[in-house]
Design a protein around this ligand. Structure first.
Ligand SMILES: [Zn+2]
Length: 213
């Protein structure tokens, strides 16, 4: 199997797993992954994570133009912003997962970090989660806003929409997305009960011990 075919199959397997576990339903969300020559494999528009076909995934040139396969998601500009600002980024996952989307609808969140450091793994994997103001899906302004944040952040949360998460491999991008969704679920569950976060010292120690790549 060629490297491209292997990546196509891996992407579809991850998508199916996310669909089966409730991270994506209907036609929500999209995924991209970069090949060694800089071209990109992307989920098609109106496709479902539950029944993607490796051979029908969209293929884009390194600038993000559609060159093969089915028509790509209309949210390609969000993925391109992450790749252009983060040279080590090899995959991007965008979800409408329920807990992160709920978090993205809250009033009065800290826009520089809307998910506090309640567990070490969130700090080690993602660190901080800035909020991007609301624009309609497909609006190129979303990509422009992500571009402003992506050098400093491997993940952002779109207001009233959902997360955009990068990774140095497809597997890492999904791990990061899962960690974020689970942390949002913990946070929103704890919110009415009161909770304690890691201290600034705890976070600094984690950052020293496990530097963000
Ligand atoms: Zn979306």
């Amino acid at each position: 199997m060629s490297a491209e075919q292997a990546l196509r199959v891996e992407l579809c397997e991850w998508a199916k797993s996310m669909f089966m576990r409730g991270y994506s339903s209907g036609g929500a969300g999209n995924i991209s992954a970069k090949l060694p020559d800089g071209t990109l494999i992307v989920t098609p528009t109106n496709s479902s994570f539950g029944d993607l076909v490796p051979e029908r995934l969209s293929k884009l040139d390194p600038q993000g133009h559609w060159i093969d396969g089915d028509e790509p998601t209309k949210e390609v500009s969000m993925h391109m912003a992450m790749y252009q600002q983060r040279p080590d980024c090899q995959a991007v996952v965008h979800l409408h997962s329920p807990w992160l989307t709920a978090l993205s609808c809250l009033e009065n969140v800290d826009k520089t970090n809307c998910l506090p450091p309640i567990t070490p793994y969130y700090v080690m994997r993602v660190g901080r989660l800035p909020l991007v103001e609301y624009f309609a899906p497909g609006d190129p302004k979303i990509g422009e806003e992500i571009a402003k944040l992506a050098q400093q952040h491997s993940a952002v949360l779109l207001s009233n929409h959902g997360p955009v998460v990068g990774g140095t491999t497809l597997r890492q991008a999904f791990f990061n997305a899962e960690e974020l969704e689970d942390t949002a679920r913990l946070y929103l569950t704890l919110l009415p009960l009161g909770f304690k976060t890691l201290t600034d010292t705890d976070v600094q120690e984690l950052n020293n011990r496990y530097p963000q790549k």
